[in-house]
Design a protein around this ligand. Structure first.
Ligand code: MOS
Length: 755
C-alpha cells in the first residue's frame, strides 16, 4: 500500500481498541522473568558453549603479537578466535569500527579475541591468560583540544551548514544579544539487557538469537561481514531489554558468537560483560555548542546562530546539535553549523533522539538566558517566536534515520514547508496551567523550603516524525484467531501491544483473539525500532496487511470489502452477517502487504512537540539537586495507547534527568578510554531520583503522517528535558551552569543564598 495522500476516514478511527490504555501484552512475561532474552535461550539449541570477549588494552596502535598458549591449555577451553584465524572478514556497512580488531586497533576495548569454553567461568579465566603485545600509537581523545580541526559534515541526508538571510550583519545589530558556549557529555546507553547472542551453524546456515533493534539490517550486515548470502542467515530477537540506539547495528557479541560457533563446531553464546560495553560498543558523543541569539527589545528574534562540534572515529557520523534550530523558532537571519572532529575514542553513534537531545539541552538554556535578558517570561518568549513554517529548510529535513547513511538524493527545496501539525504553543499553555507556572518567582534564588532552594524551569520538546516502509503478514484461522507476523522489534516500547490493537481494530475481533509474533527475519521486513518511527510505521504496515485480509475475507463472503463492517468477529453488510471463523476455512486466509510512504514527509514538515515543566530543590549547603515535580505536555499525533505512550515519555524524561544531573563518560585523555565503564561509576537516575511525573497528550490526529494518523513519541520526551532541569536549577540558585552534567561541584560556593 502506497501512502501518498493524507489519510481519510478508515477503520482505525473507530478507536474501539486503538487509543485505549491496554496493558502490555508481554507484561506478565517480563515481570515474571519468563520472557526469553537472547542469553536465556538454553532451549533453542543443545550443547551451547560459552564465549568470552577480550577487549583491547590500548586505544590506538597495533597488536605486535599474541601468546595464546596458556589460555589454550586452561581447563575447559575449546577454541580461541582472533583476527589471525578468523578468516576473511569485511566491515559491515553500518559499523564505524571493525567488530574484531587486530592487528590494527581502532579503539579501547575493541574485541581482539573470543575464548570458547565449556563454562562461562572457564572462558573468562582463560581470557585472562592471553598475553597481548601491543604497540601503542598516539591518539586524539579530547574534543575540546581538537575542536578547531573539526570539519563541516553532512547531517545524514541534510547539509551540515546552513545560512538564511544575513546573520553576520543582523546579530551585532540586535538590541539584545546572547553569545554563550555550552557543552554536553559523552553518554552511555546503559540499557538493562547487555548485548548478547547465541549463534548456531547448521552446515553453511547461521542462526542468531540476539538482542537487536533492526532485524533486517542485522541480517544484511552479518552477511556482508562473513561474505555469505543473506538467505542463509536467520536472526531472532523477540524480546529486548532496552536498546536506546545501541542495538541498531550489529555489535561484537553477534560477530564473536558467529565466529566462535564456526570454530568450535557447536553453538556458542556470548554476552558482553557490563564493564566492556561502554568502550566496546557505542556511546553518544559529547558536544560543544555555541549559541548566538539577537532580538528586539520586545522579544522578536532577529538573528539566531547555532554551531555544534562533536567527535567520532574516522568514518563515523556526527552528533548534530544544531539541526533542530533550523525549525523551532522564527527569525529572519540564521546560521547553523555541525562540525565533526576525529577522535580515537570508541565509536559514537545514535542514542535516543540523536542530535535533538543534546541540541535542545543547549538551545533551551540559551532561550532561558535570552528571556531573562529581555525580562520576559520564558514561555512568553517562546510563544512570541513560534513559527508555522520551517524557517531554514536546507533539503530533506535532517533526521536521525540511519538508513539514510546509504546515499540518498539531496534535494534543495526553495519553499519553506508548513508543519503538518504544530501545537507547541498549546503545549505550553496547557502545561503552565496544570503545573502552576504563575507561582514561579522569576527572580532566582528567592524561594526556600527549609534547606532547599526551589526553582522551576521550562523547555520546548521537538523531534521529527520519521516514516519508513514496513511490511507484515496476517493470518485468519478457522477459530477466528488473527496472527500477525513481522520482523518488527519490541525494545520495551510496547510494539506487541499496539500491533495487536491495530489488528484487532482492523479485523473487528477482541484483543485476546490476536497473536503477535515479532523479531524474526523469516517474517516480512518491518521498519524496525529506531528514531521513534517504529510505532507509527510498523502499525501502518499491519494496517496495510489487514486491509488485504479484509478484502480476502469479503471476497470469500461474496461481499464488497468497502461497504463491509468488521465487528464482533463477523463481517457484516446489509442483512448479511458471517463469522470470520466460518470464512477462514480449514487452511485459513493469509494476506501480506507493506506500507510505503510517498513524499508527504517532503511536502510537510512532520514533527512532534512538547513542553517540559520541572521543579527542583537544590540543597543550599551541599548543592545537591533533587527533581521534585515533572510535567510533559506532548502533541504527537494520535496516541495509539496512552499507557505505553506515557511509559515512553516518562522513561525519556528520566533519561533526560540523567543527562542533566548525572551522566558523563569520563575520558582518560592520556590513554583514550572511558574510565567509568560500569554501572557503579556511570550514574543513571534510579527510582529515588525521580519524583511524581505527569504526562498530558494533547488531542491530535495527523492524517499527513500515516493511515494510523499517529506519530512517534519515544524520543520526544528526552528532547529539552535536560534544559528544563538546568533552567530550574538556575531559577532555584541563580547559578547558570552551561556544562552538563550539573553536578554539585559546579554549584557549591556559587549560590546566592547559602544556608
Ligand atoms: Mo534510536 S537512537 O534511532 O534507537
Amino acid at each position: 500500500m502506497k501512502f501518498d495522500s493524507p489519510a481519510t476516514t478508515n477503520p482505525i478511527d473507530q478507536l474501539k481498541v486503538v487509543g485505549q490504555p491496554v496493558d502490555r501484552i508481554d507484561g506478565p512475561l517480563k515481570t515474571t522473568g519468563t520472557a526469553p532474552y537472547a542469553y536465556d535461550r538454553y532451549d533453542v539449541v543443545p550443547n551451547q558453549a560459552y564465549g568470552y570477549v577480550l577487549g583491547s588494552a590500548i586505544a590506538k596502535g597495533r597488536i605486535a603479537g599474541m601468546d595464546l598458549a596458556a589460555a589454550k591449555a586452561a581447563p575447559g577451553v575449546i577454541t580461541i578466535v582472533t583476527a589471525q584465524n578468523a578468516g576473511k572478514l569485511a566491515k559491515g556497512d553500518l559499523n564505524t569500527a571493525k567488530l574484531l580488531g587486530g592487528p590494527e586497533i581502532q579503539h579501547y576495548h575493541q574485541a581482539v579475541a573470543v575464548v570458547v569454553a565449556e563454562t562461562f567461568e572457564q572462558a573468562r579465566a582463560a581470557a585472562m591468560l592471553i598475553r597481548v603485545n601491543y604497540s601503542a600509537a598516539k591518539g586524539s581523545f579530547d574534543l575540546d583540544a581538537v575542536k578547531d580541526k573539526a570539519v563541516s559534515a553532512d547531517v545524514f541526508n541534510a547539509a551540515g551548514e546552513t545560512s538564511v538571510g544575513n546573520f553576520t550583519a543582523a546579530f551585532p545589530a540586535a538590541p539584545v544579544q546572547l553569545d554563550a558556549t555550552y557543552s554536553t557529555a559523552h553518554e552511555s546507553h546503559s540499557m538493562l539487557e547487555p548485548h548478547a547472542t547465541v549463534a548456531a551453524w547448521d552446515g553453511d546456515r547461521l542462526t542468531l538469537w540476539t538482542s537487536n533493534q533492526m532485524i533486517a539490517w542485522a541480517v544484511s550486515d552479518m552477511a556482508k561481514t562473513l561474505g555469505m548470502p543473506k538467505e542463509k542467515i536467520r536472526v531472532m530477537s523477540p524480546y529486548i531489554g532496552g536498546g536506546f540506539g545501541a542495538k541498531l547495528f550489529l555489535r561484537s557479541d553477534a560477530l564473536m558468537a558467529a565466529l566462535a560457533a564456526r570454530a568450535a563446531r557447536r553453538p556458542v553464546k556470548v554476552a558482553l560483560q557490563r564493564a566492556l560495553i561502554p568502550n566496546n560498543t557505542v556511546h553518544r558523543s559529547a558536544t560543544i555548542q555555541r549559541l548566538r541569539i539577537g532580538a528586539t527589545r520586545d522579544g522578536q528574534i532577529t538573528a539566531i546562530g547555532h554551531e555544534s562540534w562533536s567527535g567520532n572515529l574516522p568514518g563515523g557520523g556526527l552528533e548534530a546539535g544544531a539541526v533542530q534550530t533550523r525549525a523551532l523558532y522564527a527569525g529572519a537571519n540564521r546560521i547553523t553549523s555541525n562540525r565533526l572532529a576525529t577522535l580515537d575514542l570508541p565509536e559514537a553513534n545514535a542514542m535516543r533522539a540523536p542530535n535533538e537531545a543534546p541540541g535542545l539541552a543547549v538551545l533551551e538554556i540559551a532561550m532561558d538566558e535570552m528571556a531573562e535578558k529581555l525580562a520576559m517570561d520564558p514561555i512568553e518568549f517562546r510563544i512570541r517566536n513560534d513559527t508555522q513554517v520551517v524557517p531554514d529548510f536546507p533539503g530533506k529535513p535532517a533526521s536521525s534515520d540511519p538508513q539514510s547513511k546509504k546515499p540518498e538524493q539531496k534535494e534543495k527545496q526553495n519553499s519553506t514547508p508548513p508543519f503538518s501539525k504544530r501545537q507547541l504553543v498549546q503545549c505550553f499553555q496547557v502545561g503552565a496551567k496544570q503545573f502552576g507556572w504563575d507561582k514561579r518567582n522569576p527572580k532566582p534564588g528567592q524561594v526556600r523550603d527549609g534547606r532547599w532552594l526551589i526553582g522551576m524551569g521550562v523547555a520546548s520538546a521537538f523531534r521529527d516524525n520519521l516514516v519508513t516502509k514496513s511490511a507484515a503478514r496476517v493470518r485468519l484461522d478457522r477459530n477466528g484467531n488473527v496472527t500477525v507476523e513481522t520482523d518488527m522489534t519490541d525494545i520495551g516500547t510496547g510494539s506487541y501491544t499496539i500491533i495487536a490493537q491495530t489488528a484487532a481494530e482492523m479485523m473487528g475481533v477482541p484483543l485476546n483473539k490476536v497473536n503477535v509474533r515479532l523479531g524474526d527475519s523469516s517474517f516480512p521486513a518491518s521498519c524496525g525500532s529506531g528514531g521513534q518511527w517504529g510505532g507509527n510505521s510498523s502499525t501502518s504496515g499491519v494496517y496495510a496487511a489487514c486491509m488485504k485480509l479484509r478484502e480476502a475475507v469479503a471476497q470469500k463472503a461474496g461481499l464488497n470489502a468497502t461497504d463491509a463492517v468488521f465487528a464482533d468477529g463477523q463481517i457484516r453488510s446489509g442483512q448479511t452477517s458471517i463469522p470470520l471463523a466460518d470464512l477462514a476455512g480449514s487452511r485459513g486466509l493469509v494476506a501480506e502487504d507493506m506500507i510505503e510512504f510517498g513524499d508527504l514527509d517532503k511536502r510537510y514538515q512532520q514533527s512532534t512537540f512538547g513542553a517540559h515543566f520541572v521543579e527542583v530543590g537544590v540543597d543550599a549547603a551541599t548543592g545537591e539537586t533533587r527533581v521534585r515535580r515533572m510535567l510533559a505536555v506532548c502533541a504527537a499525533g494520535r496516541i495509539l495507547n496512552p499507557k505505553t505512550a506515557r511509559s515512553q515519555v516518562i522513561g525519556a524524561m528520566t533519561m533526560g534527568v540523567g543527562a542533566a544531573l548525572m551522566e558523563e563518560l569520563a575520558v582518560d585523555t592520556r590513554h583514550g578510554f572511558f574510565v567509568n565503564h560500569d554501572l557503579a561509576l556511570y550514574e543513571v537516575p534510579v527510582h529515588a531520583d525521580i519524583p511524581h511525573q505527569e504526562v498530558i497528550f494533547l488531542d491530535e490526529t495527523d492524517p499527513i503522517s500515516s493511515p494510523m494518523k499517529a506519530k512517534g513519541v519515544g524520543e520526544l520526551g528526552i528532547c529539552g528535558i535536560a534544559a528544563a532541569v538546568a533552567n530550574a536549577v538556575y531559577n532555584a540558585t541563580g547559578v547558570r551552569v552551561r556544562d552538563y552534567p550539573i553536578t554539585l561541584d559546579k554549584l557549591i560556593g556559587k549560590m546566592q543564598s547559602m544556608a
